[in-house]
Design a protein around this ligand. Structure first.
Ligand SMILES: Nc1nc2c(c(=O)[nH]1)N[C@H]1C(S)=C(S)[C@@H](COP(=O)(O)OP(=O)(O)OC[C@H]3O[C@@H](n4cnc5c(=O)[nH]c(N)nc54)[C@H](O)[C@@H]3O)O[C@H]1N2
Ligand SMILES: Nc1nc2c(c(=O)[nH]1)N[C@H]1C(S)=C(S)[C@@H](COP(=O)(O)OP(=O)(O)OC[C@H]3O[C@@H](n4cnc5c(=O)[nH]c(N)nc54)[C@H](O)[C@@H]3O)O[C@H]1N2
Ligand SMILES: [Mo]
Length: 607
C-alpha cells in the first residue's frame, strides 16, 4: 500500500479493541512502560477472559499457572464481566454487571480511589494534568448510582477501589468485551485514567524485566508523550462521515464503501490471514460487498466462507513449513501492557517440515513481493509488526531484482532488535535473553509533557452515557454478549472433529432460569432476533451467566446462501449486528456485545 501510495487503510483492529488507540491519543503515552503481571499484587480485567483467550492481562504463556503462582503469593484479581468466567471464578472480587455499563463502573472506582486518598500524589504532581476535570466528571458516579446503572452491589465499587488503589503494583486492562459493548473510547480512556492516578507505571531507575528481544531497540524513560490528535490523518470516507483516525479506517464501513458507487468505490480486496465472511459485523452486507468486487483475492490455506467468493485463492506455506520467530507476539506489547511477553523470551525455528510433494505454495511475504515485482514497485520492509511509540521504525529498501530469501526477510523485520536474530539462530536452545540489565532512564531535561485526565472528547461520551441507555430497544429484553470458546480460534477449529465434538455448534448460552421461563430445553433450536436480523441458534444452559443474557461465540456458520443447518455448522452471530445504527466515534465499531435481542422457540430438540 505504501508503494502504491494508497491512503485507504482499513484496520482489523477497528472490530477488535479500537478504544486502545483512541484512548492513548487522548491521554498520552508513558515511555517507561508498565509492570508485568508476574511482579504485580493486583490486576483489574475489564471484559477479558485470559484463561480461555490467552490474551490480555495474564500473560499468554500458560496463564493458568501464572495466575495460580500469583494467587499463592497474595495477589488479588478483580474481574468485571457479566459472565462468571473461568478467570472470574479465581478472582478476589468479581463484579458481574449488566453488559455495556463499564464506563459507570470505572468512573465509580476512580471516584472512590480519589475519595479514599489512594492516588499516587507525587506522580500526579509531576506527570499528570487534569485531575480536577476527571474528579468533576466522575462525581455523579457514586457507588449507589453505579449500583443502579450496572445492577451490582454498591459495596463492590468501594472494595474494588480499595484493592486496586492500595496495592503496590498492578494494572487495569480492558479487552474485547469492554470494546464491543458500545463505549470503547471512554471505557479504555477511564482505564488509562485509573492507572495514571494510581501511578501504575515504571519510574526512573526501575528495572525493565523484558526490554525486548526481537523488537526494535528503544529507550525506556520516565516521561510522557503528551496527547496527540485522535483523527484528522487524511482520507475521508463517503459513508457515515468517517475519516482516518489513530485506529485506522473502520472495517465496519468497508462493505459500504464496496457497495456505494462513484468516485472512491472499493473494487478490489486482498485477504491474507483473515476470514471477513465469518468475522465482519453485518454478514449480509459483507456478502453483498464482497460479491460486488471486481477483484477478490485470498491467500489462505483452507477453503473458507470467504474463499468461496474469491476470484483467486493462493495457498500459503504453513508456519511449520517456513522459518519463524516470536517477533509478532512479542511486538503486541506495543498495543497494550496487557499483551506481549512478560519475560525476555525469543525463539527462532527453521522450517521443520517439507510441504507435500508436488504442492504449489508460496510464503505470505512472497505474495506481496511477487505482486510488487510484476507492478514495478519498490518495497521497503519495516521492522516489527506494530510500531513502537516514540521510536523510529527501521526500514530496509528491498532488492526488487534478486529475490531475497525468507531468512533475509526475517533479518529485515528484526533490524536493530535488542538481540540480533543471528544470536537466536546460533543458540536455538536458548529462549530467555536476560543478557543486560535495562532500567528506566530519567526524563529528558526540560520536558514538560504530561499525561492528560481532561479530554473533553472522551468525557463528552461519559456525559452521553449518563443520559441513559441509548442502545436499549423496546421489546428486545435480552442482551447478546460476545465470548470466546476454548476449542476454536475465531473461524478456525470447527473442521477438526475432536474440537467440534462437545457442542457441534456455537450454542446460544443462557441462564438456566431464563431457559425455564422461556420453556426452552438444552439443545432446542431457537430464534434470536435483533432489530436488524434474525438467526437460528442451539440453546444451551450456562449457570455462570447473569440473567437476561444470550452469550454467543462469533465466526461460526456459513454464508447467507448456505443450508442453515445450525446444529451442524453453527450460526453467524455477526448477522444480527447493524453497522449503521449504533457505532462508536472514530473506529465505527458497532454494538457487537450488549446488543438488544429477543428469543423465541422454533423447534424442540430430539433428546
Ligand atoms: N480460544 C480462543 N482464544 C482466542 C480467540 C478465540 O477465538 N478462541 N480469539 C483471539 C482474539 S482474535 C482476541 S481479540 C482475544 C480476545 O480476548 P478476550 O477479550 O479476553 O475475549 P473473550 O474471551 O471473548 O472475553 C471477553 C469477555 O467479555 C465479556 N463481556 C461481554 N460484554 C461485556 C461488557 O459489556 N462488559 C464487560 N466488562 N465484559 C463483557 C464476555 O462475557 C467475555 O467473557 O482472544 C484471542 N484468543
Ligand atoms: N460478532 C463478533 N464478531 C467478531 C468478534 C466478536 O467477538 N463478535 N471478534 C472480532 C475479532 S476480535 C477478530 S480478531 C476477528 C477475527 O477475524 P479474522 O482474523 O478474519 O478470522 P480468523 O478466523 O482468525 O482468520 C484467520 C484466517 O487465516 C488463515 N490462516 C491460518 N494460518 C495462515 C497462514 O499462515 N497464512 C495465511 N495467509 N493464512 C492463514 C486461517 O485459515 C483463517 O481462515 O473477528 C471479529 N468479529
Ligand atoms: Mo481479535
Amino acid at each position: 500500500m505504501d508503494a502504491l501510495g494508497l491512503k485507504m487503510r482499513f484496520a482489523s483492529g477497528t472490530i477488535d479493541q479500537p478504544g486502545k488507540q483512541t484512548a492513548d491519543a487522548a491521554h498520552g503515552y508513558w515511555l517507561g512502560g508498565s509492570f508485568p503481571f508476574d511482579e504485580c499484587d493486583t490486576w483489574m480485567l475489564v471484559g477479558s477472559n485470559p484463561l480461555v483467550a490467552n490474551s490480555g492481562g495474564i500473560p499468554h504463556a500458560n496463564p493458568g499457572r501464572r495466575l495460580k503462582r500469583a494467587l499463592s503469593r497474595g495477589f488479588q484479581l478483580i474481574v468485571i464481566d457479566p459472565r462468571r468466567t473461568e478467570t472470574a471464578r479465581r478472582a478476589a472480587l468479581h463484579i458481574q454487571p449488566k453488559p455495556g455499563t463499564d464506563p459507570a463502573i470505572l468512573a465509580g472506582i476512580i471516584r472512590e480511589v480519589i475519595r479514599q486518598n489512594l492516588c499516587d500524589t507525587p506522580f500526579i504532581a509531576q506527570q499528570v494534568e487534569g485531575l480536577d476535570v476527571l474528579k468533576a466528571e466522575v462525581e455523579p458516579f457514586t457507588p449507589q448510582a453505579v449500583a443502579i446503572i450496572a445492577d451490582i452491589p454498591a459495596r463492590q465499587i468501594i472494595d474494588a477501589a480499595g484493592i486496586f488503589g492500595s496495592a503496590q503494583k498492578g494494572s487495569c486492562t480492558a479487552s474485547t468485551g469492554a470494546n464491543m459493548s458500545g463505549w470503547s473510547n471512554i471505557t479504555e480512556y477511564l482505564v488509562l485514567c485509573l492507572n495514571s492516578i494510581c501511578g501504575r507505571y515504571r519510574k526512573a531507575g526501575d528495572i525493565v524485566t523484558n526490554p525486548g528481544v526481537l523488537t526494535t531497540r528503544r529507550d525506556y524513560k520516565a516521561q510522557a508523550i503528551p496527547p496527540y490528535p485522535i483523527d484528522g490523518y487524511g482520507s475521508k470516507l463517503r459513508v457515515r462521515d468517517f475519516s482516518m483516525a489513530v485506529c485506522g479506517l473502520p472495517t465496519s464501513a468497508l462493505a459500504d464503501e464496496m457497495l456505494l458507487e462513484g468516485e472512491g468505490q472499493v473494487k478490489a480486496l486482498i485477504t491474507i490471514g483473515g476470514n471477513p465472511m465469518m468475522a465482519w459485523p453485518d454478514q449480509q452486507k459483507t456478502y453483498d460487498g464482497l460479491k460486488s468486487l471486481e477483484l477478490n483475492v485470498c491467500v489462505e490455506p483452507r477453503q473458507t466462507a470467504t474463499t468461496a467468493l474469491a476470484d483467486y485463492v493462493l495457498a500459503p506455506k504453513l508456519p511449520l513449513e517456513t522459518p519463524g520467530t516470536t517477533l509478532s507476539t512479542e511486538n503486541l506489547s506495543a498495543v497494550s501492557p496487557a499483551l506481549g511477553h512478560s519475560q525476555p523470551y525469543g525463539q527462532y525455528v527453521p522450517a521443520t517440515v517439507e510441504p507435500p510433494a508436488g504442492s504449489d505454495l508460496l510464503e505470505d511475504w512472497e505474495f506481496f513481493y511477487g505482486l510488487a515485482q510484476h507492478m514495478n514497485l519498490q518495497l521497503n520492509a519495516k521492522a516489527g509488526v506494530f510500531p513502537i511509540m516514540g521510536t523510529d521504525t527501521p526500514q530496509t529498501t528491498m532488492d526488487m531484482e534478486n529475490k531475497p530469501s525468507s531468512e533475509d526477510v526475517l533479518d529485515m523485520v528484526t533490524k536493530d532488535s535488542w538481540v540480533p536474530l543471528e544470536a537466536l539462530r546460533r543458540y536455538p536452545q536458548k529462549v530467555l535473553f536476560v543478557d543486560e540489565t535495562v532500567t528506566v532512564k530519567p526524563a529528558d531535561p526540560g520536558t514538560h509533557a504530561r499525561l492528560s485526565l481532561s479530554s473533553d472528547i472522551m468525557f463528552e461520551e461519559l456525559r452521553e452515557f449518563a443520559r441513559g441507555d441509548k442502545y436499549a430497544r423496546d421489546g428486545f429484553d435480552f442482551r447478546l454478549i460476545s465470548r470466546r470458546m476454548p476449542n476454536h480460534f475465531n473461524s478456525m477449529g470447527p473442521e477438526i472433529e475432536p474440537l467440534y465434538a462437545r457442542y457441534g455448534t456455537n450454542p446460544a448460552f443462557m441462564h438456566p432460569d431464563d431457559l425455564t421461563d422461556a420453556g426452552f430445553s438444552k439443545g432446542d433450536v431457537i430464534s434470536v432476533q435483533s432489530e436488524h436480523a434474525t438467526i437460528k441458534a442451539v440453546v444451551w444452559p450456562d449457570k455462570y451467566l447473569r440473567r437476561g443474557l444470550v452469550s454467543m461465540c462469533h465466526c461460526w456458520g456459513e454464508n447467507p446462501d448456505g443450508t442453515s443447518q445450525v446444529t451442524a455448522v453453527g450460526t453467524n452471530s455477526g448477522r444480527l449486528i447493524s453497522v449503521e445504527v449504533d457505532y462508536a466515534r472514530f473506529s465505527g465499531i458497532p454494538l457487537m456485545s450488549a446488543l438488544p435481542v429477543k428469543v423465541s422457540a422454533i423447534e424442540a430438540s430430539n433428546d
